[in-house]
Design a protein around this ligand. Structure first.
Ligand code: BGP
Length: 484
């Protein structure tokens, strides 16, 4: 007889924690031999309240390459994690973190992105971070490239558009894997790889002078090189450190049809396919047919080397990770402007939104988890989720019950998905300590359990203060998700 049984709770070894990125926390942008990164030279987009396709001001991209006065100072400052990492990791440990996601700045290891000797001083910083995590038994989860690369690679070869960047990246990943063999169990190649279709921040490609059609061509070409590099890094990791696991990372945004009219359902399906395409390649090892048709019909021609398909097929990832902040809506009439454009996409009248227009959809997380598990049958890892808000510090306290409410509702849905049979490895909430926002480059869009005393201009003591949500998350972790 078929045995009816299903998991009722979070697994015992569930990885609770938080996630960050080098250029949003570290600061120390010119210390210990580090080179400039792409994230540090471009300005934020003018549209500060909405996250749109133009996350980076297009006029700053070209200027940045020749003119070092075009700087993103908030990202250069971060929250000075470089000098505060001990204090910060201690606070993570106090909350009971099992895992901490951070990224290595490629330009600390190879300041010019070239294949010469790695920068020992750059490595030493990450050695210290790992030592500290080990002291508290916190598992590291490392992103190899989170929205940045050495600026020199953009200057020399237009970032990922040039195939030569694959070799630069694999040299970087090789030295990193060898250095940290046996010390790091979980890795990710590229953060939110799919956002490379939106522009510079992911690919490091200067294309603001091209028309939309040409841009799309160039971006998919650059992303093809990233997909090949990701597969090569996965292969390397398995050879250098067989016990370690590699994951891919997608900005997952489920698209709902505006109505149940089949035309709308199909439009939403196409949006979803374009989103999942990247994970399809990384987890299944091949380009799915629907993209071949999309490329052909849109005049996109991807140059592949003879071995590329073999490389992709030979090294799929071990687990599938994604960020989840919102869902969106589309219709057959919506057209390009709406499709794929995060918060400025179609509105869903059933959902509330954050101050930045991100539609809050906890049940969408359960739907997403079920669909991703069905599609890939590989363990899933939610490596970003959270609420950006304007917090108020009053009498040394931050009462952020809105954040607790957001997180609670999402974690409840994770539990539902686990009962549905989804294999979920862990959850790293985004920005456990306030950090510089990616899309606004401001400090005031805060996600943290820990408040950092710094304003948008960089004034402040950098003091770390526990918010109400800090104590709440500590309880969530100690009860393994039972006490929400
Ligand atoms: C993701 C990025 C992060 C991050 C987060 C929140 O897209 O991977 O780097 O910052 O979104 O976005 P924001 O900072 O724009 O609110």
């Amino acid at each position: 007889m078929y045995k009816v049984d299903f998991p009722k709770d979070f697994p015992k070894n569930f990885l609770w924690g938080g996630a960050t990125a080098a250029n949003q926390i570290e600061g120390a942008w010119d210390i210990d031999g580090k080179g400039l990164t792409t994230a540090e030279v471009v300005r934020k987009a003018d549209d500060r309240k909405k996250m749109s396709m133009n996350i980076v001001d297009p006029s700053s991209i070209k200027a940045a390459i020749n003119d070092s006065t075009t700087a993103n100072y908030p990202k250069r400052r971060g929250i000075d994690f470089y000098h505060h990492y001990k204090e910060d990791i201690k606070l993570f440990a106090e909350m009971g973190f099992k895992v901490f996601r951070f990224s290595i700045a490629w330009a600390r290891i190879f300041p010019n992105g070239d294949n010469l000797q790695p920068n020992e001083k750059g490595f030493e910083f990450y050695d210290r971070v790992l030592d500290e995590l080990e002291n508290y038994g916190i598992e590291p989860l490392i992103t190899l490239s989170h929205y940045e690369m050495p600026l020199a690679l953009t200057q020399k070869q237009n970032g990922w558009l040039d195939r030569a960047t694959i070799a630069d990246f694999t040299r970087y990943t090789e030295v990193v894997f060898k250095r940290y063999r046996g010390r790091v169990r979980y890795w990710l190649t590229f953060n939110e790889i799919n956002t490379g279709t939106w522009g510079f921040h992911e690919t490091g490609v200067v294309d603001s002078h091209l028309d939309k059609k040409e841009q799309e061509n160039v971006r998919y070409q650059a992303l093809h090189h990233q997909l090949v590099a990701s597969a090569l890094a996965t292969k390397q990791l398995h050879e250098i450190d067989p016990k370690a696991k590699m994951g891919c990372m997608l900005a997952r945004m489920q698209t709902y049809p505006a109505t149940c009219r089949p035309e709308d359902v199909r439009a939403a399906q196409m949006e979803d396919q374009k989103n999942l395409f990247f994970t399809d390649v990384q987890a299944r090892g091949e380009y799915p047919e629907f993209m071949n048709r999309y490329f052909a019909e849109n005049g996109i021609q991807i140059k592949m080397a003879e071995k590329d398909q073999e490389i992709l097929a030979s090294s799929p990832v071990d687990f599938v990770s994604f960020s989840y902040y919102m869902t969106t809506v589309t219709s057959a009439e919506a057209g390009e402007e709406v499709n794929g454009n995060m918060a400025t996409g179609g509105r869903n009248k059933y959902l509330e939104e954050s101050d930045w227009g991100w539609q809050i959809d906890p049940i969408g997380l359960r739907i997403t988890l079920n669909e991703m598990w069905d599609r890939y049958r590989k363990p899933l890892f939610i490596v970003e989720n959270g609420l950006g808000a304007l917090d108020k510090l009053e009498d040394g306290k931050v009462h952020d019950e809105y954040r607790i409410d957001y997180l609670r509702k999402h974690i409840e849905q994770m539990k539902e998905a686990i009962k549905d049979g989804v294999q979920l490895m862990g959850y790293t909430m985004w920005g456990p300590i306030d950090l510089i926002s990616f899309s606004t480059s401001e400090m005031s869009k805060r996600y943290g359990f820990i408040y950092v005393d710094q304003d948008d201009e960089g004034n402040g003591s950098l003091k770390r203060i526990r918010k109400d949500s800090f104590y709440w998350y500590k309880k969530v972790i100690s009860s393994n998700g039972a006490d929400l």
